[in-house]
Structures are given as structure tokens and as C-alpha cells.
Ligand binder design. Structure first.
Ligand code: ADP
Ligand code: MG
Length: 253
């Protein structure tokens, strides 16, 4: 068990989305979504395909603009554009289903690029930090390899190291293991569980219910663009209260 998260009642939430609405053309994708994530908390977002999980994640760092509502990061509102948005975005690490590594750069270069270009770290400091992170995710020996020379699981761990190198306040994971061969899923989930235990604030979209049980403080179940049910993993998996959640769980468990 991980230690209990600090009480959100006495602390500024790390992430707060208030009354988010989002449509693509005539299609309503998010309806009045409220989500608050305390510092150090791990929230697992689950729900059927098309529920709006990815869109919500992208709205949390304004990769996607919202039609209405606000997103606050550590108490600061994310503006729609400009330098303040660029700065706040560096505080949100994102890991996607597709690893999105730069194919023509080595693993080490992938991890040092952001810190040197965006954060102004010296090459030596960035490399020192990158090697520590690669060690932490278990691929220190791959530093000088190119992404194509790595397995999917190794590439995804490199992507996690790259995100962590920016020293984000929160990490968003959107189905980080969905593109992996089954035997590589756990090596990535183990890194994420470690990160959760170390106190990282995390929002994780995943179909890995075992991860949710191991690492989540709260499970947030979405369907049709709305948050339908929220609970601890224990409560949610053993006694879901809505028909939608029961139906979903009967299909995935
Ligand atoms: P999930 O991640 O839960 O599967 P998504 O957030 O990807 O759901 O998608 C929610 C809905 O929004 C789906 O109906 C999807 O087709 C639609 N959608 C997502 N992105 C776009 C886009 N860029 N343009 C139009 N429709 C989109
Ligand atoms: Mg998705």
C-alpha cells in the first residue's frame, strides 16, 4: 500500500478541472467534467472507448482547447495560449500509447533535449539527470541506442524518462501499455507503480485493472463524456453503484 495522499481539503489541488465542456463540431465529447487531483494522488481514468478519456487528458494541458470551463495547475489557471501556457505545459508530463520518441536521436538525446532547449540546463547537467532517469526506469545501458533498436517496453520507459526529465508536477498517461506486446506490459507498469509510490501526482488512462488496484487512490469511471462514478479501487471494483460501471466491469474483469 502506498501512503495516504495528503488531504485535499487543506492543500491546493495539483490539478483542478472545473465544468469542462468540449465538442468536436456537433459532437459533444465532454459535458460538465469536474476533476480534482491532490498532490501526490494517483487517479486512474477508465471507461469504454469513446468516453472522452483522451480528450479530457489533452484538455488538462490544453493540447485541446476547451469550449468552456477552466483548468488549474497547482492553483494557476492555464491560459488558452501564449508564454504562460508554454511554461505551465512544461510542468505536465505526458506519455502516450505511441511512444513518440524522436527516431533520429538516441535515447539519451531524447531525454536531454527538453531540459537543455526549454529549461536551459547545461549539456552536462542534462546528461547527468538523464542517465539517472534512464537508470531509474531500467534502461541505463540503452542510452546510446536509437528508439528503433529498443523493444516497445524499453521505448515506453524511455518516453517516461523523457517526460520526467522536465521535472513535471504531474504526469498524464494515456493508455501507456496498450500498444505493447503482453510480455512488456508489466515492465512499464512497474515503473509507473514506483513513480506512484514516490509521490508523483498522476492521471492514468488504462485498461489495466491490476494497475488500478495496485496504485490508484481513486478510480474515475467515464462514459459518454461524463464522469459517472468515482471511488477507491476497492469500492469501485467490488461494489460499483451505477449500471454503466457494472456493465463495463463485467466486460473487462
Ligand atoms: P476515449 O479516449 O475515452 O476512447 P476520446 O477522448 O478519444 O475517447 O474520444 C471521445 C469522442 O470524441 C469520440 O467520439 C471521438 O470520436 C471523438 N473525437 C476525439 N478526438 C476528436 C477529433 N480530433 N475530432 C473529432 N472527434 C474527435
Ligand atoms: Mg483514448
Amino acid at each position: 500500500m502506498k501512503p495516504a495522499s495528503p488531504s485535499s481539503a487543506v492543500m491546493t489541488p495539483m490539478v483542478e478541472a472545473r465544468a469542462i465542456n468540449k465538442s468536436f463540431g456537433a459532437v459533444r465529447v465532454l459535458t460538465d467534467v469536474d476533476l480534482t487531483v491532490a498532490a501526490g494522488e494517483v487517479v486512474v481514468l477508465i471507461g469504454p472507448s469513446g468516453a472522452g478519456k483522451s480528450t479530457l487528458c489533452r484538455c488538462l494541458n490544453r493540447l485541446e482547447n476547451v469550449d468552456s470551463g477552466v483548468v488549474l495547475l497547482d492553483g494557476e489557471e492555464l491560459p488558452a495560449e501564449g508564454r504562460a501556457l508554454a511554461r505551465l505545459r512544461t510542468e505536465v508530463g505526458m506519455v502516450f500509447q505511441q511512444f513518440n520518441l524522436f527516431a533520429h536521436k538516441t535515447v539519451l538525446q531524447n531525454v536531454t533535449l527538453g531540459p537543455t532547449r526549454v529549461k536551459g540546463l547545461s549539456a552536462a547537467d542534462a546528461e547527468h539527470r538523464a542517465r539517472e532517469l534512464l537508470d531509474r526506469v531500467g534502461i541505463a545501458d540503452k542510452a546510446d541506442h536509437y528508439p528503433a533498436q529498443l523493444s516497445g517496453g524499453q521505448q515506453q520507459r524511455a518516453a517516461i524518462a523523457r517526460a520526467l526529465a522536465m521535472q513535471p508536477k504531474v504526469m498524464l498517461f494515456d493508455e501507456p501499455t496498450s500498444a505493447l506486446d503482453p510480455e512488456m506490459v508489466n515492465e512499464v507498469l512497474d515503473v509507473m507503480v514506483d513513480l506512484a509510490r514516490e509521490g508523483m501526482t498522476m492521471v492514468v488512462v488504462t485498461h489495466e485493472m491490476g494497475f488500478a488496484r495496485r496504485a490508484a487512490d481513486r478510480v474515475v469511471f467515464m462514459a459518454d463524456g461524463q464522469i459517472v462514478e468515482v471511488g477507491t479501487p476497492d469500492t469501485f471494483f467490488t461494489a460499483p453503484t451505477t449500471d454503466r460501471a457494472r456493465d463495463f466491469l463485467s466486460k473487462v474483469l
